[in-house]
Design a protein around this ligand. Structure first.
Ligand code: F6P
Length: 340
C-alpha cells in the first residue's frame, strides 16, 4: 500500500508530529508513504518524495511542516485539477491523508466525491472546524497568546496604559476567548459578537472607577467594528479570503480618543503559529496521525479523524467543512462576568 500525505493552508504547531505519526504507523504495517510537497500545489506540480523512518526522525519538536504548505485551490482552475488527478494516479497512491483546515479539507471532500480515496486530519490554530472538539495547534497558539497577555500586564500597570492585544481568529474567537480567560484579560472581543464601542469604554471606565488605571483588551483579528471586518488590503487568496488585520489599532484609537488614557497595541500575528507545539498538541497530533492510517487501513475514506471528549473518532469530512464551529454564546456570556 502506498499512502500520500500533504499539509495545506496556514502552518500550525503540531504538523510535524502528525506527519511523523503517519509515517511511523504506516511503517508499522509495512506501508510506504509519499510526502506531497506544499499542499495541493505539490500534487498539481507532481513534487513528492518518499518518507521513510529517517525522514521523520527528530521532527516531533520542530514547528512548521517538513513538507511545506500552500493555499493552492485546484478547484479554482480546471487545468490544475486535471493535473492533480492525473498525478494522484501516476504516483500510484492508494490513499491520501490530507492535513488541513476548512479550505484544504474542502478540496479533500470534493476529491472524495470525485472518487479519490482521501482521509482528513483537522488542523488549524483557530479551532473552528466542526466535528472535532479541538484541532491540534490551538493549544499552542492559546499558550503563546496567554504568555503575551501575562507579560503585557506588568508593563500596562507600570505605565497606567490600556493594552490592546490582537490575536488570530478569522471567523471564530476561540483563541481570544481561551487566552483572554487564562490571562485574566479585562475585555475579550470576538468575531461572533459585533463590537459596541460604548460597551468597550464602559468596561474600561468601570475599572478606572475601581482605581485600576490599566486594562488589557484582547481582540480577535476577525472581530467586526461597525458591521465589518478590518482588512490589510483588498487582495484575495485562492479560496477568496482577504487578509485580516488592523482591528487592534482601530480600537486603540477609539479608546484613546474617548478615555484620554494612553493606549498601545500588540499584534501577535504569526508568532502564534510559529515554533514548536505544546505537549498537548504533540500528543493530539500523534493520535490523529496514527488514527488517519488506521482509517486508510480500514478503507474508511471520506472520513476525518476527530477528538470527541477523550476519544479519537472519525466523522465525514463534509461535516467538518460544512459549517464552521464558532464560540457558543453561553460560553461568552460566562466570560463576561470576568470583564471589567
Ligand atoms: O486560518 C488560520 C489563520 O491563522 C487565521 O487566523 C489567519 O487569518 C490566517 O491564518 C492568516 O494566514 P496567512 O497570513 O498565513 O495567510
Amino acid at each position: 500500500m502506498k499512502i500520500g500525505v500533504l499539509t495545506g493552508g496556514g502552518d500550525c504547531p503540531g504538523l510535524n508530529p502528525v506527519i511523523r505519526a503517519t509515517v511511523r504507523t504506516a511503517h508499522h504495517y509495512g506501508y510506504q508513504v509519499m510526502g506531497i510537497e506544499n499542499g495541493w500545489k505539490g500534487l498539481v506540480e507532481n513534487t513528492a518524495r518518499p518518507l521513510d523512518l529517517g525522514a521523520v526522525s527528530g521532527i516531533i519538536h520542530r514547528g512548521g511542516t517538513i513538507l511545506g504548505t500552500s493555499r493552492t485551490n485546484p478547484y479554482g482552475d480546471p487545468a490544475k485539477l486535471e493535473k492533480l488527478k492525473s498525478h494522484f494516479k501516476s504516483l500510484g497512491l492508494d490513499a491520501l491523508i490530507v492535513i488541513g483546515g476548512e479550505d484544504t479539507l474542502g478540496v479533500a471532500a470534493k476529491l472524495y466525491k470525485d472518487g479519490f480515496k482521501v482521509v482528513g486530519v483537522p488542523k488549524t490554530i483557530d479551532n473552528d472546524l466542526s466535528g472535532t472538539d479541538f484541532t491540534f495547534g490551538f493549544d499552542t497558539a492559546v499558550n503563546i497568546a496567554m504568555e503575551a497577555i501575562d507579560r503585557l500586564h506588568s508593563t500596562a500597570e507600570s505605565h497606567h496604559r490600556i493594552m490592546v492585544v490582537e490575536v488570530m481568529g478569522r471567523h471564530a474567537g476561540w483563541i481570544a476567548l481561551h487566552s483572554g480567560i487564562a490571562g485574566g484579560a479585562d475585555l475579550i472581543l470576538i468575531p461572533e459578537i459585533p463590537i459596541r464601542i460604548n460597551e468597550v469604554l464602559d468596561v474600561i471606565q468601570r475599572r478606572q472607577r475601581r482605581g485600576k488605571q490599566f486594562s488589557i483588551v484582547v481582540v480577535a483579528e476577525g472581530a467586526k467594528f461597525e458591521g465589518s471586518e478590518v482588512l490589510v488590503g483588498k487582495k484575495l487568496d485562492d479560496f477568496g479570503h482577504s487578509r485580516l488585520g488592523g482591528i487592534g489599532e482601530l480600537l486603540a484609537q477609539k479608546i484613546e480618543e474617548s478615555t484620554k488614557c494612553e493606549t498601545r497595541v500588540t499584534v501577535l500575528g504569526h508568532i502564534q503559529r510559529g515554533g514548536s507545539a505544546t505537549a498537548y498538541d504533540r500528543v493530539l497530533g500523534t493520535r490523529f496521525g496514527s488514527k488517519a492510517v488506521e482509517l486508510v487501513r480500514a478503507g474508511q475514506f471520506g472520513q476525518m479523524v476527530a477528538l470527541k471528549g477523550t476519544e479519537i473518532v472519525s466523522v465525514a469530512i463534509e461535516v467538518a467543512v460544512g459549517k464552521l464551529k464558532t464560540v457558543d454564546p453561553s460560553f461568552y456570556e460566562m466570560a463576561k462576568v470576568f470583564f471589567g
